[in-house]
Design a protein around this ligand. Sequence first.
Ligand code: SDX
Length: 432
Amino acid sequence: MNSKTAQLIVDGHTYELPVIIGTTGEKAIDIKNLLKESGYITLDSGYMNTGSCESGITYLNGEKGILRYRGYNIEDLAEKCVFVEVAYLLLTGELPNPKELDQFKNDMTRYALIHEDMIHFFDHFPPNSSPMSILSTMVGSLHDFYPEMDFDEDPYGGITTATARLLSKIRTLAAFSYKKSIGHPLVYPRADLCYCGNFLNMMFNRPNIEYHVEPLLVSALNKLLILHADHEQNCSTSTVRLVGSSGVRLYPSISAGVGALWGPLHGGANVAVIRMLEAIYADNGDFDKYIKMAKDPDNPYRLTGFGHRVYKTYDPRAKIIKDVTHQILDTMQIKDPLLDIAQELEYRVSRDDYFVSRNLYPNVDFYSGIVYRAMNIPTNMFTVMFALGRLPGWISHWQEMHMDKENNKIGRPRQIYQGIVERPFVVMEDRP
Ligand code: SDX
């Protein structure tokens, strides 16, 4: 604990506020006693300058484009691990040894099925329902199908039955919702396939046409899920923490996180990017039209896939995904015109002062959709893919929050009231 303090002078009083320094040198002024001592709160719409917690899970450096999970650089994890190893790392703080990995993979196999009664739910969603609303509903309903998880021996201790169940079943829920949406028979998980291979098989295998699980696509999917696995206090993770802080169990908290991720400013951006690229392509590559709209202060249009609240340089994940995109399309000899559109757009943006002066670079969502297209994953499922990746991050933050006994309070921000101060209640003459 350092002894450094910050001074706040207000109404002629000087308040000494503790300063907190993180292990990487990040600095914060601790204002937990500010209201009690000074009568003032702080105001910070969108929490641009406000930390909600101290965490040991993920570190971002927005200026240098650094992303580390539990101290490991994302480049190393994406290159040298499979997704279930990284999920284990996020949840427990350590990479699994061979025995632990084997046990975890067995858990993923063991918990891959969903309760058969859940399958009837899929028949009652309206046609063309959003896969994200289906996922949020189905994840929330796990609470009622597996009530025993409420009595987990140690609900916050890393790999619990509840977490293993959810990590495994989310694949099945996603794949089953896709199969139901196209009227195909469900393909059940298999014991002989890995985490990502099982997902691809459940998505694309059919009774009448043998589907070969391509190692190249399995490797690419592992990388994509690793790159999406956590990102400190982003909107959806903060949602999971806030909902979980009320004392509600894991599954409803994650269901809320799925809803937050759905937004086009957050995880929904990977769908919006493809729609933008398709629009530019349909407009015969009229880049200037879209760039002009994005720069127009009176136009709410944004070049989706660009910009980030934290990264003020190239998102390190976008770099890796761009490489994966080229590797997949080149190896599979796929010519996707949207990749050409995306690269030309990136080129033009990178030389346009409006974007350069605002540090607007491609983020994780800019190229990911092109890889998913190469995997034949439908566009409306791209944000579901983001949720599959982000799940271990959400769970690890939910657990970390509950394990922090000293600071684990229900999240309840304050406000500054700007409404009518008071007025008498006058009964209107013609009131019924
Ligand atoms: C994710 O938080 C996370 O970590 C999220 C995420 C994760 O892993 O969880 O990384 C995943 O959500 C990535 C972001 C996906 N969203 C998009 O791609 C949507 C497009 N991007 C923008 O809407 C925006 O950049 C945000 C939402 C990502 C960040 O918004 P901020 O931090 O609130 O920044 P801002 O809107 O205040 O923008 C600052 C300036 C503004 O211009 P001025 O008022 O200074 O003139 O930059 C402009 C904005 O108009 N700007 C853009 C732009 N993004 C910002 N202008 C055009 N196109 C854009 N994409």
